[in-house]
Design a binder for this molecule. Structure first.
Ligand code: SF4
Length: 214
């Protein structure tokens, strides 16, 4: 198990993340909450790049929850077929649009519990939507945030939800920016395979870099 970071180290990690990623934002393309929710749902187990290739045609053909709820399921599948788990995702997108129309008058709810009641929307998706749309003080733990947290000794928890609790307690504020920072840091520097430890601005604080030495 990786050694835990001290309070002083946690503060320094937080400061350095905020310094290096002060303007960080999502790489998903969207222009409203409906498109944002769809992009986040598609991005599970799929890259943002791939999602950005898929969404223009989908948003053009089905620009509102009303149009998506009436869309033939097979057509949604065809439009998103290059996305991982496209069968399940198409079913969830249609069911999500139906519930948004029936329960929320066609508007994406901006409450975490209400969001989590939508088909295919869990805590991570709800948090990311509220972070992006509202600048909410939440952190969402995806594969990148989970890996980075553990390598830096910020969490030893074995589930994303518990890791989210740990990070929320440790960092307290600026979670919106820290979330974006940790996603981008994990995607481009602290990668799952061959992390770029030699160019990492956190290497002096890292609890895992020894494992990646040649
Ligand atoms: S030193 Fe390497 S393993 Fe540690 S945080 Fe940086 S990139 Fe990740």
């Amino acid at each position: 198990m990786v050694k835990k970071a001290t309070k002083k180290e946690i503060n320094e990690i937080k400061t350095l993340f905020l310094e290096h990623y002060k303007d960080a934002k999502t790489e998903l393309n969207y222009s409203n909450d409906f498109e944002l929710l769809i992009a986040i749902m598609l991005s599970a187990q799929c890259t943002d790049k791939r999602v950005n290739l898929i969404t223009p045609a989908l948003f053009k053909k089905y620009p509102t929850p009303q149009s998506l709820q009436d869309a033939p399921l097979e057509d949604i599948k065809e439009l998103i077929k290059t996305c991982s788990f496209f069968n399940n995702k198409a079913t969830n997108l249609k069911a999500m649009a139906q519930m948004v129309c029936e329960k929320f008058d066609g508007k994406i709810p901006l409450d975490r519990e209400e969001l989590k009641n939508l088909p295919g929307v869990g805590q991570k998706t709800a948090n990311v939507l509220l972070i992006e749309s509202q600048g909410a003080n939440f952190i969402a733990v995806d594969t990148h945030v989970f890996r980075v947290s553990h390598r830096l000794g910020l969490s030893n928890s074995n589930t994303p939800l518990k890791t989210e609790e740990d990070l929320t307690k440790l960092f307290k504020d600026n979670l919106f920016t820290l979330h974006q920072a940790m996603v981008l840091f994990g995607r481009y520097i602290c990668k799952a395979i061959n992390p770029k430890c030699h160019e990492c601005f956190l290497s002096h604080l890292c609890k895992s870099k020894i494992s990646f030495k040649a």
